[in-house]
Design a protein around this ligand. Structure first.
Ligand SMILES: Cc1cc2nc3c(=O)[nH]c(=O)nc-3n(C[C@H](O)[C@H](O)[C@H](O)COP(=O)(O)OP(=O)(O)OC[C@H]3O[C@@H](n4cnc5c(N)ncnc54)[C@H](O)[C@@H]3O)c2cc1C
Length: 387
């Protein structure tokens, strides 16, 4: 069964099927327990790597699958429908650190990091946010100072998805000087590895949802990074990060759609089984209308996402459509999971049934890689830019 409104290619359907079977065998049976225990299963990284799911957008010459964006998003939706925590790992890795290396890295950097990342031997992370710099990421304060053949970085990066598990972290830090601040142009991107002296993992967040995805602070205490690990040009790191987030938002939209679709499927099945007043609750118009609205919003979100992905693959700018897709999909996920809990009644409010977890997991899609407020700012800004 194809979930896309427009026909998927045979290859895309095969990838969807592979992802669905993998999720059914390797993720779904464990996801409730991983959530309860806040447990990150390290073997899942190697398994995703074996399938090629950690190199979906990386060209074959760097050991990736070199696929189109819809193929990647279709696979990601399947993984997210099984477990949003696994999906965020896959989304961040495929969309942010690997894409930054591919687009802006030197050939030596690509050779060294992209191949093991594509194979799933090195997990990637992205460290832009800081405790005091979230939506206003350009105000970040981690400071890099050149010292001979190294950059010495001090500061704390916050909310780093997979930060304690990653072998490669694309970290943004200031390379301007306190007496001559250059705003966003004073930020550079660095390839940080956990073996470097001065690297530390700080607080692990105790979260509402995505409990099986570790989110940590990274503490850079005189972190010594070789000059060879500067990505691209000095002062361009913020631009690289923002351009990568344009694509990253497509991944978060796919994650949100996977969560919403799963909630819709559970609610549809439950409404057929649960009887009240002598009949299945699906016979009540109030329930039917909820399910109809849920299905419509999921389909509309997916259609917008796949249109944005197709535009990206044609080489069109997708800042606005990527934000629209992320905004719509994340608000759909929150709304649909709320309706699913309602359809389950009291059973929706307890951990024996899966919609409680989906409801908690949905919320973060409205927050990370730009909150809904920030997506609306981006969309509105583009309206004026294009008029
Ligand atoms: C589970 C999780 C994983 C994450 N993973 C990563 C990661 O891997 N790497 C990384 O770098 N970051 C990551 N983040 C950080 C995430 O991107 C930020 O949380 C997000 O950008 C919001 O920043 P903030 O939390 O500081 O909120 P703030 O920026 O303080 O925002 C607080 C509120 O104010 C609103 N607001 C802020 N500015 C405006 C404005 N101009 N107009 C209107 N409203 C505004 C926001 O929308 C929000 O509602 C993660 C976060 C979470 C929760």
């Amino acid at each position: 069964m194809s979930w896309a409104l427009h026909p998927l290619t045979e290859e895309q359907i095969a990838i969807q099927q592979t992802a669905r079977e993998f999720a059914a065998q390797e993720i779904t049976p464990f996801s409730a327990q991983w959530d309860r225990d806040s447990f990150f299963e390290p073997s899942i990284v190697a398994k995703l790597g074996e399938l090629g799911f950690l190199g979906m957008l990386i060209p074959e010459k760097y050991d990736g699958l070199g696929l189109d964006t819809i193929s990647y998003l279709v696979a990601l939706e399947e993984i997210a429908a099984a477990d949003a925590s696994v999906a965020v790992l896959m989304s961040v890795h495929n969309s942010l650190p690997t894409q930054m290396l591919l687009r802006f890295g030197s050939s030596a950097q690509r050779e060294k990091y992209l191949k093991p990342m594509a194979r799933g031997e090195l997990l990637g992370a992205f460290a832009l946010s800081e405790p005091e710099a979230g939506s206003d990421a350009a105000s970040l304060s981690a400071q890099a100072v050149r010292d001979g053949d190294s950059w010495v970085i001090n500061g704390t990066k916050a909310w780093v998805t997979s930060g304690n598990e990653a072998g490669v972290i694309l970290a943004m830090a200031r390379t301007d000087t306190p007496d001559k601040r250059r705003g966003a142009r004073g930020i550079s991107a660095f390839i940080v590895t956990p073996d470097l002296p001065g690297f530390g993992v700080g607080k692990k967040e105790n979260k509402l949802g995505l409990r099986a995805s570790p989110t940590v602070q990274l503490v850079f205490d005189n972190l010594r990074v070789p000059v060879a690990n500067l990505l691209g040009e000095e002062g361009q790191g913020f631009v690289y990060a923002m351009q990568s987030l344009d694509n990253g938002r497509l991944g978060i939209a796919a994650q949100a759609i996977g969560i919403a679709r799963s909630a819709l499927e559970h609610a549809t099945a439950y409404a057929a089984e649960r009887r009240q007043f002598g009949k299945p609750i699906k016979e009540f118009e109030a329930i039917q209308f909820k399910l109809a609205d849920m299905a419509t919003k999921v389909a509309a979100s997916r259609a917008l996402l796949h249109a944005a992905a197709a535009a990206k693959d044609r080489g069109s700018p997708i800042t606005q459509f990527g934000s629209m897709a992320k905004l719509m999909a994340s608000e759909t996920a929150m709304w649909v999971t709320t309706q699913a809990v309602q359809i389950f009644g009291g059973y929706g409010y307890v951990k024996e049934y899966p919609v409680e977890r989906l409801f908690r997991d949905a919320k973060v899609t409205e927050i990370y890689e730009g909150t809904s407020e920030i997506q609306r700012i981006v969309i509105a800004r583009e309206l004026y830019a294009s008029s």
